[in-house]
Design a protein around this ligand. Structure first.
Ligand code: FAD
Length: 434
């Protein structure tokens, strides 16, 4: 390609599509490059779509987007090996005209999203891997090299939306490779069942959906979570833990998933299903403190590549879409003011992000990833076991006076963690949550 573009977007996931769409529909000449066979072919997500962030990009998306179920129920489970303690929230308020959260299947959804990017006027080239950034003598980014013949292409600005690995940016020295304590490895399966079976098992009507997020002994003391999401005719089910924890444990992601599926609370939900897909992917979980440099001369980084993921609330794609849109809006603003894409000017992107929920939420939980990682044995093993034992004591009616039961429950917590340990865990948790 000989021509020069206003912007090149590397990657056609949620962040890249949001950026490319926003710039193209506002008249910029945009080239988007994706290494996969099509947008979505490399993407793995549970997956919950947060409507508000997509509505800001495509207001009428509900008309033709491939949406699975409208979420009316959320369950949080704290699990030990034989039981779970649950907090369920279900509300008919979620059965609204413009539902707030949906389940989606990323491969289908990203294809649809990519079509919108094309319709907005961007040139989208799939099966094209960006191998290198082209730099000028001052180190500024002026384009990209791809694995295609004569594959050097120039642009005023390059939007790095290459996902969690961020190999391209790391290779160019724009940031470090993600630290293993900041990245989770998740595995996922799709279990197919007739839709009536899914609806009966999860107490759903029509296109209503439910999700389960679970933590506890299922990750064997490692920092991680599992999930079960209902789609129309299949259930997405997966589990993920920090890579640093896998490195020092004798567990494999697949082993954890098998055990999760066999758990007495999970097995009946997927009984008789046909597994048609198995996939593995990384999730950035380092939070605010792991965010790399976000801009420089001729480049910005968005989405998972910038570690924009809220592990506490299990949100990623909404942060990706929002950061992609905000980066595009910052670029559009600079263009309208005829200001060049220098590092100083592109700092506008960071300032705009700071004002958004993306940075505000990540900042709120800035100490949580380190706390969860360093205290994983307590939070993901000891407490779930103690909690389950206490619930069992509370619910089992065996003639033991309640006062004695309470004393026994308290004693088991103190024996396992000591009064000082309990106080310190509670204090650090509350402080990290604030
Ligand atoms: P990606 O979606 O990963 O897209 C990056 C794209 O760049 C890919 O298509 C890739 O092929 C392409 N690419 C990479 N390198 C190159 C290159 N050199 N040249 C060309 N193309 C390249 N988030 C939620 O909001 N809700 C959920 O329920 C949820 N569940 C999840 C479950 C799992 C198992 C996982 C792994 C993630 C989940 N997430 C969820 C997180 C969410 O998927 C990510 O936050 C989101 O996909 C990030 O979007 P992105 O565009 O930054 O990256």
């Amino acid at each position: 390609i000989d021509e020069k573009f206003d912007a090149i977007v590397v990657g056609a996931g949620m962040a890249g599509n949001a950026a490319a769409l926003t710039m193209a529909k506002n008249g910029m000449k945009v080239l988007q490059l994706e290494r996969g066979e099509y947008s979505g072919s490399k993407n793995v997500q549970g997956a919950i779509l947060y409507a508000d962030m997509l509505e800001k990009l495509i207001p009428d998306f509900r008309e033709d987007a491939p949406l699975e179920r409208n979420l009316v129920e959320q369950r949080f489970w704290m699990m030990d090996d034989h039981s779970h303690t649950g907090l369920h929230y279900r509300s008919d308020d979620f059965n609204e005209e413009r539902p707030n959260r949906y389940t989606i299947i990323r491969a289908q959804f990203d294809k649809w999203f990519s079509q919108k990017v094309r319709e907005a006027g961007a040139t989208v080239l799939c099966e094209t891997t960006v191998t290198e950034l082209v730099r000028d003598t001052s180190g500024g980014v002026v384009g990209v090299r791809t694995d295609r013949r004569d594959g050097e292409i120039h642009a005023d600005v390059v939007v790095l939306a290459e996902g969690v690995n961020g190999l391209l940016g790391a290779r160019a020295g724009l940031r470090e490779r993600p630290n293993p304590a900041h990245v989770a490895l998740a595995v996922k399966e799709m279990h197919f069942l007739p839709r009536e079976t899914i609806e009966a098992r999860f107490n759903l009507k029509g296109d209503e959906g439910a999700v389960i997020e679970a933590a506890g002994t299922i990750t064997r003391g490692m920092t991680g979570m599992a999930f079960v999401y209902t789609n129309k005719e299949c259930i997405s089910l997966g589990i993920g833990c920090l890579i640093a924890d896998f490195e020092s444990a004798a567990e494999t992601p697949y082993g954890l998933l098998e055990r999760f599926k066999r758990h007495t609370s999970v097995a009946p939900l997927i009984e008789g299903s046909e597994v048609k897909e198995y996939s593995a992917h990384l999730i950035p979980e380092g939070g605010y403190k792991a965010i790399p440099q976000l801009y420089g001369k001729g480049w910005v980084v968005v989405g998972d590549a910038a570690q924009f993921n809220n592990a506490i609330h299990r949100e990623g794609s909404n942060l990706a879409m929002t950061s992609g849109r905000i980066a595009a809006e910052a670029i559009l603003k600079l263009r309208s003011q005829k200001r060049p894409m220098t590092a100083e000017n592109l700092a506008l992107y960071r300032r705009m992000l700071n004002e958004s929920f993306v940075m505000k939420d990540l900042k709120k939980y800035k100490d949580m990833p380190a706390l969860m990682h360093t205290q994983s044995q307590n939070f993901f093993l000891t407490y779930p076991q103690l909690f389950s034992k206490a619930m069992q004591g509370f619910l089992r009616i065996d003639g033991t006076p309640k006062v004695e039961k309470e004393k026994l429950a308290l004693k088991s917590f103190v024996t396992a963690r000591s009064r000082r340990g309990l106080f310190s865990d509670a204090f650090r948790f509350v402080r990290a949550w604030r």
